[in-house]
Design a protein. Sequence first.
Length: 356
Amino acid sequence: MTRLTWSAMDWNISYSETTIVSVESSKALALASLAPIAWGTGYYVTDAYLPPDRPLFGAAVRALPFGLLLLALRPAPLRGSWWWRTAVLGVLNFAAFFVLIFIAAYRLPGGVAATLTATSPIVVMLLAWLILGERPVRAAVIAAAVGIVGVGVLVLRGGISLDPTGVLASLAAVLCSSLGFVLVRSWRPPVPLLTFTAWQLVFGGLALMPVALLVEGAPPALDARAVVGFAYLGLVGTVIAYVVWFQGLRRAPAAAVSLVGLLNPVAGAVVGVTLAHDAVTWTQMLGMVLVLGGVVAGQSSARRAPAALAAPETGDGGLLLDLRVDQQAEQAMVDLVVPPDPEESHGGRVARRLDV
């Protein structure tokens, strides 16, 4: 007679928990992939619908009004240190990032700026390693490098000229957004994710408004076409995109989420071909294949690392890493290992030993 004790049961429960976490991670990644696709469509919408030469105004309109709208739908006050933490994230993820991208766009060819921005997955992996202790898997780093090469093949053209200020601005934008994304994964505010995102948008928009007025002057008049464009960029390209992106950062490995960000230039190229009737070459198609190959290859490798789901912050400010599932799922796993006896109580089923 073999006696199966709690040690074996614990192993099976842990294995099932890991499986459930993996499923949740995959769902979060699938939703997070919608964000770079939405951002990629923004290039066409900006060019076709918005007032020209007003990128800072456009960024402020994307952030502040829609942040206030989202906050009105899900109001909740911040407390204590969360005021400055959320303000920092609003500056990193929106204000500073948009300003630096604006500088890079004006001083670099679009293909160079896009290729430098594509280094974001590697920067995210490095910061996640330093801040969160998530050691990057070698295969994920290789996949990111393949994706960067793919972006370069997709968008770079001949006759490239490099402006040092533009290069520094582009790399600084990558560093700001990458740090912001890792901190979103690490910091767990006492408010829902929608409210947390809303406050970031509000702080980012408030920081952007004076910069836009100083650099670009008074706001331009908006026609119906521009209103439609801003509505799309605000709701789809900002609110929905960042909510699913932040959710992905919370529920999946940082390396895996950062890699799906490479879909941004691919989505931009596809929209340009289908809606703007841009010409597509075999070289660009090769670049798309490389990017998609890097994204797909990186997902399986990046998910080998533990996908720790951060728990709410404790009262003393410490952060907990939580891989727990809800009580119903845990009890279902216990019943899978130890078939329930109708005559026994829940406590008796869990505490007993199983004789085989």
